[in-house]
Ligand binder design. Sequence first.
Ligand SMILES: C=C1C[C@]23C[C@@]1(O)CC[C@H]2[C@@]12CC[C@H](O)[C@@](C)(C(=O)O1)[C@H]2[C@@H]3C(=O)O
Ligand SMILES: O=C(O)CCC(=O)C(=O)O
Ligand SMILES: [Fe+2]
Length: 323
Amino acid sequence: MVVITKLSAVEQLPITKLHRPVSGNFAGDVPLVDLTSPAAAAQVVAACEELGFFKLTNHGISFELIDRLECEAVKFFSLPIWKKDAAGSAAPFGYGSRKIGTWDFGWIEYLLMQANSINPALSSSFRSALSDYISTIKNLSCELLELMAEGLGLQPRNILSKLLMDEESDLMLRLNHYPPCPSSQQRNNISVTGFGEHTDPQVISILRSNNTSGLQISLRDGRWVPVPPDQSSFFVNVGDSLQVLTNGRFRSVKHRVLANSVQSRLSMIFFGGPPLKERVAPLPLLMEEGEESLYREFTWCEYKTTAYKTKLVDNRLGLFEKN
Ligand SMILES: C=C1C[C@]23C[C@@]1(O)CC[C@H]2[C@@]12CC[C@H](O)[C@@](C)(C(=O)O1)[C@H]2[C@@H]3C(=O)O
Ligand SMILES: O=C(O)CCC(=O)C(=O)O
Ligand SMILES: [Fe+2]
């Protein structure tokens, strides 16, 4: 099943810069964070407050590590379907095609994995590339969460990163392949959906893609804007759980992927979530005097179980908001 997204009249307007409320560097509408800059902690906080999304440059991760996993992923997605099916079904972890979750469809095939138990059905070179990539990106995620803590003035520095450092932390890796879709005509304002609009439920997501466009984010005013691909950078998303931990100060960004009519897009996304039993609630140190939690109490297990029954487009966090 192919899902068609018709761009609204507003989305067809040339993009006008209405406001640029935070200082710092941007690539178009996308905030930039240079990990080597002395201002990195402040840049990360500004980007997470404004949009919940930023492009990370000068991250220090070798292209060789990324390229090795990308080559393995390309080999995997080029296999005949019966060999890909041998990785098991995407629900809960394995190979999926077209179907995302229970209700959604997209122009996509993917491999969904638990980060700490790599699928034994995959080739040994693939497993080794996955294991090296995952441990490196997990460290990067923790470094970013520590920068956030620093920028927010939180102590101890690992107050957020420890959520991902537990043996039982819920960490996942997803490899998405969007084959070219000739009927996706972005110039005629009809686009086939690769991955429908959604927010990520976890704390943080770290995305890396090849140089094929398709990813879009929703700005605060509701406009969808493309994120120009850059294979040498990472793109970082605030997830729903981080929005809750900061009592709404950081925003969980809405994003989607539109299929490209001529080129394949290949993305790899690391999702950092807490242990299932962990309570997800605003950090007391971030609350002003008298400030109340915007959300009712829940554990990551409760949130994830509820989230996984919803459609991509649903406002999952809304189900936990206090009225
Ligand atoms: C429609 C769905 C797919 C998803 C589970 C859900 O019910 C709602 C959240 C979706 C999402 C988005 C981020 C990640 O890609 C993902 C693995 C996740 O944790 O939440 C997917 C889920 C999925 O593909 O199963
Ligand atoms: O593939 C992409 O570029 C983004 C996919 C995504 O948002 C997801 O897997 O949650
Ligand atoms: Fe996502």
